[in-house]
Design a binder for this molecule. Structure first.
Ligand code: PLP
Length: 257
């Protein structure tokens, strides 16, 4: 008998530099003992420094790929990353409603190198159509500020994003200053839990994607939310400690054991 490996449906962008997007999904999910099914939302022109262009994949082709996988695999979790356009968001919402499995959404709005990655209309559709279907949103501090501009701090941003429909929120602090990285988890009952990690003295490309994918992978292999969120942070911290250089810009997380 061959082993059955639980699968995660990843709807993310392609990063030719291999740091973020589907590369991160495949490696981080495999490292948790799950298998990534990857339907690409957008092709990008980028390197380890920054993103120059994002080109959405045709929504009909995107929907056809998802349909094929749904008929073939028993999907245990969904991971959303960079979103291509509004037409894809309607397809994603319909897919989530059909599958009824945990959804981890990394709201990819801006590259570490500074480029905007999502159009204003796409962000509005994310908020209106997907937030009410998301079980865990994982913005970094800058993304949380953009999504909740009136919030004074990460706890207030998490509360705003919960009020907008996201069941749980993990605001990560890797992009903030300080000796420690502080990640704040707001659970569905409104309680908060803080995680602190020693800050590693380097800039990384694909850290957020790695964490969100690892959480989805851990859920797929049977972890509950507290285990998945804790173990995925541990895994990501180790991957960042093992990061390597493949280009002239930021470091790529060492995601494989
Ligand atoms: N490209 C893709 C396809 C992504 O999904 C992301 C982030 O999630 C990025 C680029 C930006 O990654 P970073 O900010 O780590 O450079």
């Amino acid at each position: 008998m061959n082993a059955v490996v639980p699968t995660v449906l990843c709807l993310s962008g392609h990063d030719p530099a291999g740091g973020a997007g589907v590369h991160a999904d495949i490696e981080a999910i495999a490292a948790q003992g799950a298998h990534a099914l990857t339907v690409i939302t957008a092709l990008t022109v980028q390197d380890s420094r920054n993103v120059a262009r994002v080109q959405a994949v045709d929504a009909t082709l995107f929907a056809e790929q998802i349909e094929r996988l749904l008929a073939d695999s028993d999907i245990r979790a969904i991971k959303l990353g960079l979103l291509g356009d509004i037409a894809q968001i309607a397809v994603i919402a319909a897919t989530i409603r059909r599958l009824r499995v945990p959804v981890v959404c990394d709201p990819v709005l801006r590259a570490g190198g500074g480029s905007d990655l999502a159009a204003t209309a796409t962000i509005a559709a994310l908020r209106e159509q997907l937030f009410p279907l998301v079980d865990l949103l994982t913005p970094n501090a800058a993304e949380a500020r953009r999504l909740a501009p009136d919030a004074a701090d990460p706890a207030a941003a998490a509360a705003t994003l919960w009020a907008a429909g996201c069941r749980q929120v993990l605001v990560t602090g890797g992009d903030e200053p300080g000796d420690e990285v502080c990640n704040l988890w707001r659970r569905d009952d409104g309680s908060l839990r803080e995680f602190r990690w020693p800050r590693l003295a380097a800039a990384f490309h694909g850290a957020g994607c790695t964490l969100a994918s690892a959480i989805a992978g851990r859920l797929a292999v049977g972890d509950d939310w507290p285990q998945a969120i804790e173990q995925a942070q541990r895994y990501t911290h180790t991957a960042l400690a093992r990061a390597y250089r493949s280009g002239r810009g930021r470091l790529i997380p060492g995601r494989r054991a």
